[in-house]
Design a protein around this ligand. Structure first.
Ligand code: AMP
Ligand code: ZN
Ligand code: ZN
Length: 420
C-alpha cells in the first residue's frame, strides 16, 4: 500500500511538472481596466528568418493577400547584429540592442563575467538582463492585459512584469496550437481578453540555416507558415473585433561561403580574451586582464589578416550606422564577418545559411513587415525602414503612453501606413 502511495505521489509530481512546462503561465488575473475595454487589439507575429523577398519568391499567397489588403514594406531593416534575440527585443522596445542590453545571442556582463546564452533558460527568464520596456510591460502597467505564445523577453520578469498569460518557449509546439490559442484569447470576455498578443514561428529560420535560403526546405517552411497566417487572418476577421495583424521577421537569411570558414583563433593570439561567439558572424572579445593584454596590438594583428572578410573595432569606434557602442557588454573588441563569409571552428563547418551581418552591407539579412486591420491603410507600400520604429506604431494603435525620449525609434516612418 505504502509503495502504491509513493508511486502515486511521484507520478502526480511528474504530471504537475510536465503540466507546468507545457501549460500557459498566468501571472495576472486582474481584469482589463474599464478605460482599456474599447481600445483596439494587436496580434504581433514573428516568422523567424523570413527574408524580405521570400513571400514573392516562394509564392506565399496568404501573406501576399495581406499585403494587398493592408500595408507592407520593401524590407524591414534589422538592428545590428541581425540575430534573433537582439532583434525580437528591439521590435517590442523600440531600442537598438546596445540601448536595451541584449547585444547578441551570446555575451558577457563584464562585471563578474556572467554569460548570457539563448540556450540557458535561467538567463533567458531572468529580467536582470533585459533593459528597456517592452509593449506588454507598458500595457500591463496601464491596466491592459497582454498574452504571449512565445516572444524573446516575455518569459523574463522585466521590471517585475510579465504578460498576463504566456508560454515557456518550446520549439516543438505545433503551429496549430499556437494559432488556436491566440484565437481563444480573443474569444475571452472583454474584461479578460488580451489586447496585445504575440506569436512566434521558427521553422523558416532553422531550415534556412540548415539548407540555405534557396532550398526547397525553406520553400516548404514558408508555405507551411503561410498556411497558418492565412487561417489566423481569416479567423481574426470573423471575431468582429478591431484587431490589427502585424507580421514581422527578426532578420532574413544570407547564403554563406561555408566552404571557406574563417578561423578567428588562428588570426592572432587571443588567449588573453574571453570570446562570446554568435551566429558564426559576431565575436565579442573581453580582455581577461586589461593591464596585461595589449588591445590595440590585437586589433592591428586581426586587421592585418582580415582580407576583406571581417571587420575589427573597439566598441567606441564602431561605424555609426550600426548604433553598436556605449554598452560594456560589447567587451573590448568587436569582430564581425562580412557577408557571405562566416566564422567556423576547426572540425566544424558552418551552415549554408546565416545572419547577424551588417544589414547595410547585406540586404539578404533584411526581414519583413506586413500589417493589416482597421488601423492600417490599404494598398500602401513603405520604403525599407529600421525595426526600431515598429514599437511607436503599436503603442499608438493600442493608445498606450510611453516616453518617446527613452526609445530610439519614432513614429515618422510608419505614419503613411496608419489610418489618421
Ligand atoms: P538564431 O540562432 O539567431 O538563429 O536563433 C533562432 C533560434 O532562437 C530559434 O531556432 C529558437 O530555437 C530560438 N528561440 C527563439 N525564441 C526563443 C525563446 N523565447 N527562448 C529560447 N530560445 C528561443
Ligand atoms: Zn532569428
Ligand atoms: Zn537563425
Amino acid at each position: 500500500m505504502k509503495k502504491v502511495l509513493v508511486l502515486f505521489v511521484a507520478l502526480s509530481g511528474i504530471t504537475f511538472l510536465w503540466a507546468q512546462k507545457k501549460d500557459v503561465i498566468i501571472t495576472n488575473v486582474r481584469p482589463n481596466a474599464p478605460e482599456t475595454l474599447d481600445k483596439p487589439y494587436v496580434v504581433l507575429v514573428s516568422i523567424d528568418g523570413f527574408r524580405f523577398d521570400y513571400a514573392e519568391k516562394y509564392g506565399a499567397k496568404n501573406i501576399a493577400e495581406i499585403a494587398r489588403q493592408g500595408v507592407y514594406a520593401e524590407s524591414l531593416i534589422p538592428s545590428f547584429p541581425s540575430s534573433t534575440f537582439p532583434n525580437h527585443y528591439t521590435i517590442v522596445t523600440g531600442m537598438y540592442p546596445s540601448s536595451h542590453g541584449l547585444v547578441s545571442n551570446t555575451f558577457y556582463e563584464p562585471v563578474g563575467m556572467e554569460k548570457y546564452r539563448i540556450g540557458d533558460r535561467d538567463g533567458v527568464e531572468d529580467g536582470k538582463w533585459y533593459g528597456g520596456t517592452p509593449v506588454w510591460v507598458h500595457a500591463e502597467r496601464q491596466g491592459m492585459r497582454s498574452a504571449s505564445y512565445f516572444w524573446v523577453g516575455s518569459e523574463a520578469d522585466v521590471d517585475s512584469v510579465r504578460p498576463s498569460q504566456y508560454y515557456r518557449y518550446k520549439a516543438s509546439t505545433p503551429y496549430k496550437d499556437r494559432v488556436a490559442q491566440a484565437l481563444k484569447w480573443l474569444k475571452e470576455p472583454p474584461e479578460t481578453r488580451p489586447h496585445f498578443i504575440t506569436l512566434y514561428f521558427e521553422s523558416v529560420d532553422s531550415k534556412g540555416h540548415a539548407n540555405g535560403p534557396e532550398s526547397v526546405e525553406v520553400k516548404k517552411a514558408v508555405l507551411e507558415v503561410d498556411k497558418w497566417i492565412g487561417k489566423l487572418w481569416e479567423k481574426l476577421q470573423k471575431t468582429g473585433l478591431p484587431v490589427n495583424l502585424i507580421l514581422v521577421s527578426d532578420h532574413g537569411m544570407q547564403l554563406t561561403k561555408n566552404d571557406q570558414p574563417i578561423f578567428l583563433d588562428g588570426m592572432a593570439d587571443l588567449s588573453g580574451y574571453e570570446i562570446a561567439r554568435s551566429s558564426g558572424v559576431i565575436n565579442l572579445l573581453y580582455a581577461k586582464n586589461k593591464d596585461s593584454v595589449k588591445i590595440e596590438e590585437t586589433i592591428a594583428e586581426l586587421r592585418a589578416k582580415a582580407e576583406g572578410k571581417y571587420e575589427v573595432f573597439r566598441p567606441s569606434e564602431m561605424p555609426a550606422h550600426l548604433h553598436y557602442s556605449d554598452n560594456d557588454r560589447l567587451g573590448d573588441i568587436v569582430v564581425y564577418s562580412l557577408a557571405p563569409y562566416v566564422f567556423g571552428n576547426p572540425g566544424w563547418r558552418p551552415s549554408p545559411g546565416a545572419h547577424g551581418f551588417d544589414p547595410y552591407q547585406a540586404k539578404d539579412v533584411h526581414g519583413i513587415f506586413y500589417a493589416v486591420g482597421p488601423h492600417f491603410k490599404s494598398g500602401v507600400k513603405l520604403f525599407s525602414f529600421e525595426n526600431i520604429h515598429i514599437f511607436p506604431a503599436i503603442m499608438e494603435i493600442l493608445q498606450l503612453q510611453y516616453d518617446p525620449e527613452r526609445i530610439d525609434g519614432d513614429s515618422a516612418p510608419l505614419s503613411p501606413a496608419i489610418q489618421p
